[in-house]
Design a protein around this ligand. Structure first.
Ligand SMILES: [Zn+2]
Length: 221
């Protein structure tokens, strides 16, 4: 029987970060099935190297990752690889993380918690301060669809279910920050309940699947 792993709770509307060694993995569990989780990662020894959605789309030639796909950094080095996903596999690499200004533009007058501040909150708990915010997060469980015209975008509620989880293996020693997105105006969480909820994390230190990292896409001719 597998040993029971300690779970780290990311409270609704808040952030957490973890440090992973290469070949360890992080499982992100959608406890209630309704929550979107923003994710960032950095080289543990050089915060100027960070997980990058633009280079990742070039590397994989896909809008959004599938199991077996790697995320690469702004220096095009693999940093995280998706090794398991029990959710419907619907995630997003396009939408900017929410920040304070986003809520002002949505008409919120007072301070509204947001993913960008949560990223700093999570990293600060580890004693680390990224030099800048990065709006290009990996938005786990977020359901953004391209319209049939191939251009327009649809923002839809997540199709995740309670207990769905995605597991990503570290390809280098890295920090990973997560935010249980506080969005409660745009309906991105559950179709019937868009209230932000807790999610949980598990760090897998041993016996992580050692699938090969696929190289970058190159044109065949
Ligand atoms: Zn957010």
């Amino acid at each position: 029987m597998e040993p029971k792993l300690a779970r780290i709770v990311v409270p609704a509307r808040h952030g957490k970060a973890v440090r992973l060694r290469a070949n360890e993995a992080l499982k992100i569990i959608n406890t209630h099935g309704t929550q979107v989780v923003d994710c960032w990662a950095w080289n543990a020894y050089d915060l100027d190297e960070f997980m990058c959605m633009e280079t990742t789309r070039v590397w994989n030639q896909r809008l959004n990752p599938l199991v077996g796909d790697s995320f690469v950094t702004n220096r095009r080095n693999p940093i995280l690889t998706v090794i398991a996903d029990s959710s419907p596999g619907i995630h997003d690499t396009f939408m900017a993380a929410c920040d304070r200004r986003r809520y002002e533009l949505l008409g919120v007058k007072a301070y509204h918690r947001n993913c960008c501040d949560n990223m700093f909150e999570g990293m600060l708990e580890l004693g680390v301060t990224p030099r800048r915010q990065n709006l290009a997060s990996f938005n786990i469980f977020m359901n953004i669809r391209v319209k049939p015209d191939g251009n327009g975008l649809l923002t839809l509620p997540t199709e995740s279910k309670p207990g769905d989880a995605i597991t990503m293996r570290a390809e280098m020693d890295c920090f990973v920050a997560l935010s249980a997105c506080p969005q409660d105006i745009v309906k991105i969480h559950g179709a019937h309940d868009s209230t932000p909820k807790d999610v949980e994390l598990e760090i897998l230190r041993e016996n992580v699947a050692s699938s090969p990292v696929r190289g970058p896409w190159v044109p065949s001719e």
